[in-house]
Design a protein around this ligand. Structure first.
Ligand SMILES: Cc1cc2nc3c(=O)[nH]c(=O)nc-3n(C[C@H](O)[C@H](O)[C@H](O)COP(=O)(O)OP(=O)(O)OC[C@H]3O[C@@H](n4cnc5c(N)ncnc54)[C@H](O)[C@@H]3O)c2cc1C
Length: 464
């Protein structure tokens, strides 16, 4: 091992890793954040193609609240990271839509528009819906004891119409469930709050604006960021506790604690602990991005997001073939209040996909499959929102293989393992999971996870 000893080594320069790093560096801890890739951001990053910058995802920053609100996750998080909200220049969504079968619901920021929409489409359910909202406001989804009961079953305590239940499950599943055909109650509560009680926004400039703010803050506080520094092994001492990491090139770094955002199964492998089959995530996506020659609103499509399932029985599971276009998400990134794309439009379409099927293709078949699947996805978008093809000036797409390549997630599992570790433990002392597999999802959830883990396992542990 090298002579220098870090207070913490953080594996992964995604949202959770950067947030943990900032929190520790702020309190003068010696912390290094390592990532195998050349660009930080993890699942939510950016790249350039044909002179144009693409976000690798970013539909929406959840948890938007007015600037006067101080006690919800977004303002609390920004305070902990000491990032001024103005730096993000957040613009609100126009409105969004959930379409299941023949039914449509609309929502905006704050619960008002969704409540009115439920009253209109499901008049017999509105009292139950209001009681559900009150129950969600009263529930604490962040305790260490996870309530993993089925959200579909729990929703039946307040709602009788299975179609309304399905309408609430579709957006929440797409924004964070790692379980096939299921959403855990705690996750449902977190995402319902962050999407429907709070709301959706976009930083001006996209994900790069947030990532620039995080990286600058980390480096300004004295943190060390090492890109192209993959971790091949977590080193353990004679008692089995984590005490360092080995990099792909063999270099050894010694530390007091390891925080890992690599994922549950992936981190177990770094410790030579074999994962159980049930711990391996299966859910992955394909996503297309179309740049349009004119704003989507000028084409009559004014919604920011459309979450859809053409079937009243939403199948949230790994499809048997390459793709499942019976459900998905259509995001018009230019339908946010700041209209930052000027005279262009940006439409993203996301559908469930099967990593094993994509990985089984040779290069030629893979390229052909991308072309074919893109057409199917864009046609599906046309049936529920807008088919962007006639106005497309630039196009790109990713598959589950891309997600695997850039994040290391087994099976390209976007939301990681179905088995979450709320306390961050996988049974190895001084090693803590952060991010996706700690069980708080999305950009804000992952940032919160990093901050909370740094506070709990290192900053507060040192005070005891
Ligand atoms: C297409 C897409 C769109 C999304 N859109 C949104 C959205 O609009 N809003 C939202 O809130 N959420 C969105 N999400 C989810 C959100 O991106 C994630 O929840 C969040 O970014 C996860 O952050 P993380 O820190 O937990 O992990 P990750 O982002 O997975 O970061 C982990 C990092 O660890 C690195 N790593 C892994 N193994 C090693 C190793 N052995 N050595 C070194 N480095 C390693 C990886 O390279 C990666 O950079 C989206 C996700 C995807 C895939």
């Amino acid at each position: 091992m090298t002579n220098e000893r870090y207070d913490a080594v953080v594996i992964g320069a995604g949202m959770s890793g950067l947030a943990a790093g900032i929190r520790l560096a702020q309190f003068d801890k010696r912390v290094v954040v390592l990532d195998r890739h050349s660009l930080w951001g993890g699942l939510n990053s950016f790249y350039k193609r044909g002179g144009r910058r693409f976000d690798t995802g970013l539909h929406a920053l959840t948890n938007w609240v007015p600037a006067t609100e101080k006690s919800t996750p977004l303002p609390k998080l920004l305070r902990q990271l000491r990032i001024p909200r103005e730096e993000l220049q957040l613009a609100e969504q126009s409105h969004s839509i959930v379409k299941v079968g023949a039914v449509s619901l609309e929502f905006g920021n704050g619960i008002g528009r969704l409540e009115a929409s439920v009253a209109h489409a499901f008049p017999r359910e509105i009292d139950g819906f209001r009681r559900l909202v009150s129950a969600i406001q009263a529930h604490d989804p962040f305790s260490d004891v996870v309530d993993a009961s089925s959200a579909r079953v729990r929703l039946g305590e307040w709602l009788r119409d299975p179609l309304l239940i399905e309408c609430l499950i579709v957006p929440v599943a797409f924004y964070g469930s790692a379980r096939e055909d299921e959403v855990e109650w705690d996750l449902f509560v977190v995402l319902f709050r962050s999407m429907f009680l709070e709301g959706l926004a976009r930083p001006m400039g996209g994900i790069k604006t947030l990532l620039d703010a995080l990286k600058k803050r980390f480096l300004d506080c004295g943190g060390i960021l090492r890109m192209r520094s993959g971790v091949s092994r977590i080193v353990r001492d004679a008692h089995g506790a984590a005490c360092g990491v080995q990099l792909d090139d063999g270099e050894l770094l010694a530390c007091e604690r390891v925080l890992s955002s690599a994922g549950r199964v992936e981190t177990q492998r770094l410790c030579d602990v074999p994962p159980q089959p049930a711990e391996v995530g299966q859910l992955s996506f394909c996503e297309t991005t179309s740049v349009l020659s004119q704003p989507t609103r000028s084409l009559g499509h004014t919604a920011t997001m459309v979450f859809f399932s053409t079937s009243e029985h939403f199948a949230y599971r790994r499809p048997a073939g390459l793709i499942d276009t019976t459900s998905g998400v259509v995001c018009a990134s230019d339908n946010y209040a700041h209209h930052e794309f000027g005279e262009a439009g940006i439409v993203r379409v996301t559908c469930l996909a099967n990593h094993a099927v994509w990985s089984g293709l040779d290069d030629e078949a893979y390229a052909a499959a991308k072309t074919q699947v893109a057409q199917e996805m864009l046609a599906a978008a046309g049936r529920v929102a807008l088919d962007p093809r006639p106005w497309t000036s630039a196009f790109d797409m990713f598959t589950p293989k891309t997600i695997h390549r850039y994040t290391g997630h087994v099976n390209g599992a976007v939301y990681g393992s179905p088995v979450k570790a709320r306390d961050g433990s996988i049974g190895v002392d001084k090693l803590h999971l952060i991010g996706t597999d700690q069980g708080t999802l999305g950009i804000i959830g992952s940032l919160l996870s990093g901050v909370t883990a740094a506070n709990r396992h290192i900053l507060m542990a040192n005070q005891r």
